[in-house]
Design a protein around this ligand. Structure first.
Ligand SMILES: O=P(O)(O)O[C@H]1O[C@H](CO)[C@@H](O)[C@H]1O
Ligand SMILES: O=c1cc[nH]c(=O)[nH]1
Length: 252
């Protein structure tokens, strides 16, 4: 029987799963697979399974935010997922980060979906062996990486980006960044901490590989060809990283 929202089942899903936020990035990614089979495009969840250098890999999307990321993780866990990797973009909080890949070893849980699973003291941490292969893959693909702490938040226009409403309400968006910088946080996204928490609860390998496409308050933005190339590199980095992981598992 296929799952409620992703319309996936055990026969169509690999143990290695890559989650993009944007369902259209999945279309870019599936072009790098051999023999990609479309599982479904249902609501914000666009799912394919194919092989990459002989390794079976499923790619799917979460849409924006932690609630739908939890649904995607839960349903693919139901289908036998053993390794979950978020492959997304991040707003960088440090100078010089644009175009660099943030692979956080942990994330501040400033979203509220993970609170519906565990108490506040529960950490959101990535799997060390996944961090290691993804770091190596970034180097192999001639990009730079940083590890460190991410923050995951729910409110795009209430916490990360000024809007007509935030101005009307006198919301101090810059305070979000000032507060996070005090804690030496490197970047902000909307899914990572939830996915790290669920991966640990599921006792599977989990990490988040995020391309810095924008710096705080839009001070710098990757655009045009640079942005396209950054997202293409991100896809390749994550696929190559899974191959490194798979080779390591076969050798041990
Ligand atoms: O690039 P993706 O994976 O969509 O991720 C980022 O982009 C969206 C916000 O613009 C959020 O989902 C955020 O986490
Ligand atoms: O502005 C942005 C870019 C990437 N990720 C986010 O959460 N926000």
């Amino acid at each position: 029987m296929s799952t409620l929202y992703l319309k996936a089942d055990q026969e169509t899903i690999s143990k290695y799963v890559i989650f993009s936020g944007d369902p259209w990035r999945v279309e870019m990614l599936q072009k790098l697979l051999d023999d990609p089979k479309h599982v479904a495009f249902s609501r914000e969840f666009n799912t394919y399974t194919g092989t990459y250098q002989g390794v079976p890999i499923t790619i799917s999307s979460t849409g924006i935010g932690a609630p739908s990321a939890a649904i995607a993780m839960e349903e693919l866990y139901d289908c036998g997922m053993e390794v979950a990797i978020r492959m997304g973009t991040v707003m960088g909080l440090k100078e010089g980060m644009l175009g660099k890949v943030l692979i956080p070893n942990g994330a501040m849980r400033l979203e509220s979906t993970s609170d519906s699973y565990v108490p506040k003291g529960f950490p959101a941490v990535a799997s060390i062996d996944l961090i290691n292969v993804m770091n190596q893959s970034v180097k192999n693909n001639n990009r730079e990486y940083l590890n460190g702490i991410s923050a995951t938040m729910d409110g795009f226009y209430s916490q990360m980006r000024e809007s007509r409403l935030s101005k009307k309400m006198n919301t101090d968006i810059l305070k979000t960044f000032d507060d996070l910088e005090k804690f030496n946080v490197s970047g902000v996204d909307m899914e990572t901490s939830l996915m790290l928490v669920l991966g640990n609860l599921m006792d599977i390998k989990v990490c988040s590989v995020t391309m810095t496409t924008v710096l705080r308050n839009l001070s710098k933005v990757l655009e045009g060809e640079e942005r396209t190339k950054a997202e293409q590199d991100l896809c390749k980095i994550v696929l190559d990283g899974i191959v490194l992981l798979d080779q390591g598992e076969k050798q041990s």
